[in-house]
Design a binder for this molecule. Structure first.
Ligand code: PLP
Length: 350
């Protein structure tokens, strides 16, 4: 018996999430914070981690860490928090929990590929609704489509990946108010956007705010959190794998949240570099750069495959989004040195 006879057709039709080999490259493909921790902080973190009891199971729903996140990230009082092994884990929990037969998952498209992948894995009906040509959000079209499809779950990436566009607050509110089900605002890039719907949670019981510490500088520890009304979090918590956040992640996250100002200062540097990089990219002939509220830019080039290869040959790794997004590359904002290397390499790559 071969897999194609037994594996579910939705799974056979999927591709595994592509991750390129980055050894020796200037790594501008995954929206990581390029700055390491200061050496003194690294030593203190090492001490903290050395005292972790690796022989014991993790606390399954760590109260102290949840309370620390709620305080540091300004989650409104009365709301609850669910922790995940990255926000990818929480996206999967949401789709598994809401996948009643026929239930729809709706999202503007193009967007983060994990929404569609998890719809397939959970057997939800994926309903992508096209963004406008310039990647702005057509709220009228989206609300009309919600009326037809009655989605159980809506994902809005705020700002969107891979476009960098931050939808107008009024449009997002229209979706929240018109939605027949849950609306998840995926705020993976909130430190770069400076905008959030966290404050809106108490007024909208069908709203959930999804965050991750990945883009803030902790992609390696895998921690995401979902904030919302306790009645929702309580149901979703039943789907969570009991020990989904390991002891090292819990300890490292606690330590880093106690020193959050270090990561926030790095994010401020990245925002300043974003402005400089946008200026330099806009001045370049032969490419279009889209404005971004995140720590990356979407570029349209004449030939994405050729540019991707030419950048790779010069030691610069970016993300090729073609053919899904015609002739588009996504580049992460790096350090000043990395951005200089990118700009020079691009001159030879168009
Ligand atoms: C990067 C990204 C995530 C993934 O976050 P992890 O916590 O690293 O799993 C989620 N949503 C969007 C929109 C992203 O761009």
């Amino acid at each position: 018996m071969t897999p194609d006879k037994l594996v579910r057709p939705e799974v056979l039709a999927m591709s595994a999430y592509p991750v390129a080999d980055a050894a020796g490259m200037v790594k501008l493909d995954a929206m990581e914070n390029p700055y390491p921790l200061p050496a003194a902080l690294q030593r203190q973190l090492a001490e903290r981690l050395a005292s972790v009891a690796l022989n014991r199971y993790p606390e399954p729903n760590p109260r102290a860490l949840r309370e620390l996140i709620m305080r540091k990230m300004r989650v409104p009082a009365g709301m609850a928090l669910l922790l995940g092994n990255g926000s990818d884990d929480l996206i999967q929990i949401l789709t598994l929990a809401l996948a009643r037969p026929g239930a729809a998952l709706m999202y503007p498209s193009p967007t983060f590929v994990m929404y569609g992948m998890n719809a397939a894995i959970s057997r939800m009906r994926a309903v992508p609704v096209p963004l406008r040509e310039d990647f702005s959000f057509d709220a009228d079209a989206f609300v009309a489509r919600m009326r037809e499809e009655q989605p159980a779950l809506v994902f809005l990436a705020y700002p969107n990946n891979p476009t960098g566009v931050l939808y107008p607050e009024a449009d997002v509110l229209r979706v929240i108010e018109a939605a027949p089900g849950v609306v998840v605002l995926d705020e993976a890039y909130h430190v770069f956007a400076g905008r959030t719907f966290m404050d809106h949670l108490p007024r909208h019981r069908n709203l959930l705010v999804l965050r991750t510490v990945s883009k803030l500088g902790l992609a390696g520890i895998r921690l995401g959190y979902l904030a919302g009304a306790p009645e929702w979090i309580g149901e979703l918590n039943k789907v969570r794998q009991v020990y989904n956040v390991n002891v090292l992640t819990q300890a490292a996250a606690t330590f880093m949240l106690e020193h959050l100002e270090v990561l926030e200062a790095q994010a401020a540097e990245i925002r300043a570099e974003r402005a400089k990089l946008h200026g330099a990219l806009s001045a370049m002939q032969g490419l279009t750069v889209f404005p971004s509220a995140a720590n990356f830019f979407l570029l349209r080039v004449p030939d994405a495959a050729r540019s991707y290869q030419a950048l790779a040959r010069q030691g610069v790794l970016v993300r090729n989004l073609h053919p899904g997004l015609a002739n588009c590359l996504r580049v992460t904002v790096g350090t000043p040195d990395e951005n200089r290397i990118l700009l020079n390499a691009l001159k030879e790559a168009l």
